[in-house]
Ligand binder design. Structure first.
Ligand SMILES: [Zn+2]
Length: 252
């Protein structure tokens, strides 16, 4: 195994290729994470005239697979689309932020933002409509005193922070669930009509990617419990977003 490896254009530092012979007719694609992080492990070797481009392509595909499994994916176009689709106001984004930090609480009557400097004091009240919209979209869940992000909510927040879309000027009470997320899947299952042919056939590019990715992000979790006074069913008329077509389709 070569001691020093130089990074190669188009590849992250953790994945590279190296010649195996002086004649340049054999190459290996190598990966650091697959070597346990301490050394590069060969993932594939190629021989012959096209050894170098073949190894390069293999390394690229391999690196992309890793990227999908890690935070690197935050920079991808997918996450920008994800963030844009959320349609949060700044106040809704702030509410998600406080929930992420464990500072969004519920006392059985009102939601409030805990003051981290004085945990015993009750901080600023947060609009019930705002929290309810986020809960209904499957982004927050209320469990007793704590209002915390669901797995969808965590993913949505990360997309929002990474992509920094312009916040909506008018706050909507009917927020879109996470694209390809758990709540979206739940709503699909609950749609009674067996009609509504999907534009995205299973195995079709971006939609499938989104689904796969969302699945990877989410370990199994119990369904969120809903606080008192929250509608058990989503409000009428949410808009579903079909990724493959890019068109918003009014539900119904
Ligand atoms: Zn690897």
């Amino acid at each position: 195994m070569p001691g020093t490896l130089t990074s190669i254009d188009g590849l992250p530092d953790s994945v590279t290729i190296t010649p195996l012979t002086l004649r340049d007719d054999a190459y290996a694609a190598l990966c650091l994470p697959c070597g346990g992080g301490g050394q590069f492990a060969p993932i594939q070797t190629y021989r012959g005239e096209w050894a170098r481009p073949d190894a390069y392509m293999a390394a690229r595909l391999h690196a992309e697979r890793h990227a999908r499994d890690t935070e690197a994916v935050l920079n991808s176009e997918l996450w920008h689309r994800q963030a844009e689709s959320l349609g949060w106001s700044q106040a809704q984004a702030d509410t998600m932020h406080w929930a992420e930090r464990g500072h969004l609480h519920y006392d059985g009557t009102v939601y409030y933002q805990m003051d981290p400097d004085d945990p015993r004091a009750k901080g600023r009240t947060v609009s019930r409509a705002r929290v309810t919209a986020l809960i209904t979209a499957g982004l927050l869940e209320c469990d007793g005193r704590y209002v915390t992000p669901t797995q969808d909510g965590h993913a949505a927040s990360r997309a929002w922070v990474a992509a920094r879309p312009d916040p909506a000027r008018t706050e909507s009470a009917h927020l879109r669930p996470l694209l390809g997320g758990e709540e979206e899947a739940r709503r699909r299952r609950h749609e009674t009509a067996p009609a509504a042919p999907s534009h995205a056939a299973p195995g079709d590019g971006p939609a499938e990617q989104l689904t796969l990715f969302a699945t990877k992000l989410r370990p199994r979790q119990p369904r969120p419990r809903r606080p008192r006074g929250t509608p058990a069913t989503p409000p009428p008329g949410p808009v579903l977003f079909t990724v493959a077509s890019g068109h918003a389709i009014p539900e119904g």
